[in-house]
Ligand binder design. Structure first.
Ligand SMILES: Nc1ncnc2c1ncn2[C@@H]1O[C@H](COP(=O)(O)OP(=O)(O)O)[C@@H](O)[C@H]1O
Ligand SMILES: [Mg+2]
Length: 324
């Protein structure tokens, strides 16, 4: 299966107002095979959003790419011109963000905004055709009464319906890759389940990159998972492998912190400490300061990627020892 998306040793620094640089993304490598759903997980501040914004080439002003590559359908994205990126966005890759209110224009109707999204890559489309396509999209994302609803403004929609609208706009030009960044985090759990269902259904032949701090969602929606901690990939593999046989202490901690029926009444495990800010990242494995299994070498050199089997790898000295 060809890869739709590929990160190869991608490195990115953040520059502060004084011009000091701090490495955030440290040799990020992963692939997303065509037609699959890949989850990127990790606590807040681990660099998940910046990674996804790199695919859209919508990086914040402070970001400096210092090495490696990101390729989408074999195209090297970092070498594209802004014009070329404009053509790629929407057509080859589209993104659904967490907060639809910041992405929807409050003074334009829902129908008009979806129409704009369709028109971006179909500028010649005539008005009746555009309306039909808008109605079809609204129907596809499960908005009832689309004929009436397309005349509404965003404030007349519930949170779940706004998120459905964002999904409609994202899939307007049938992108090969859909990225959802915490797209259901702000929704009530029942609505969240509906929107998740919708995305899985819409994925069909396409590919999905699903960014979340919620491992339960990844288990439900994704085929593969990449676990990130403080800008480093600590573990990756199929969902089954990683969830049933977690290798990295960070992944184990995240899974232990997951509420289950069995944990009812007991206090939940919490990984001690918090993700540091980028200026406080430590050398070696960045998880070492929080790790119960830390060895002296962990804070000196970054562990190599250890292949556990053909569907599972982890970057941790515990496994380098085993394999040596
Ligand atoms: N626009 C920005 N300017 C400067 N630093 C940023 C910006 N956005 C995020 N960061 C920093 O980059 C790090 C990773 O952020 P982010 O990718 O948003 O993490 P996540 O999505 O995993 O929560 C954080 O330390 C955050 O403070
Ligand atoms: Mg984020």
């Amino acid at each position: 299966m060809p890869d739709i998306l590929r990160f190869d040793n991608f490195r990115l620094d953040l520059q502060d107002d004084e011009g000091r640089r701090y490495n955030l993304l440290d040799d990020i490598s992963f692939t997303l095979p065509e037609g699959k759903a890949l989850g990127i997980v990790g606590e807040s501040g681990c660099g998940k959003s910046i990674t996804s914004l790199a695919v859209m080439r919508l990086l914040p002003a402070a970001a400096r790419v210092t090495g490696g590559s990101v390729s989408l359908k074999g195209m090297d994205l970092m070498s594209k011109t802004p014009k070329e990126m404009g053509d790629i966005r929407g057509r080859d890759v589209a993104m659904v963000f967490q907060d639809p209110m910041t992405c929807l224009n409050p003074v334009l109707t829902i129908g008009l905004q979806i129409g704009e999204a369709i028109r971006r890559h179909n500028p010649q489309m005539a008005e009746p055709e555009l309306k039909a396509a808008t109605l079809e999209l609204l129907h596809k994302v499960g908005i009832p009464n689309p004929e009436k609803r397309m005349k509404n403004y965003p404030h007349q929609f519930s949170g779940g319906m706004r998120q459905r609208t964002m999904i409609a706009m994202a899939i307007a030009c049938s992108p090969a890759l859909l990225i959802a960044d915490e797209a259901t985090t702000a929704l009530d759990v029942t609505i969240q389940a509906q929107v998740l269902d919708l995305m899985v259904r819409l994925k069909e032949g396409g590919s999905l990159m699903f960014i979340t701090h919620n491992l339960g969602i990844v288990a439900e929606v994704c085929d593969e998972v990449t676990v990130m901690y403080a800008g480093q990939i600590v573990e990756a593999g199929t969902v089954e492998e990683v969830f049933l046989h977690p290798a990295h202490p960070y992944t184990k901690g995240l899974l232990l912190a997951l509420p289950t029926l069995r944990s009812k009444g007991n206090t939940l495990y919490n990984i001690p400490g918090v993700v540091p800010t980028v200026r406080n990242f430590t050398p070696g494995c960045r998880y070492a300061p929080r790790c119960d299994y830390k060895l002296p070498v962990c804070s000196e050199r970054k562990p190599a990627r250890c292949v556990l089997n053909d569907r599972h790898h982890a970057a941790c000295y515990l496994y380098e020892e085993v394999m040596a």
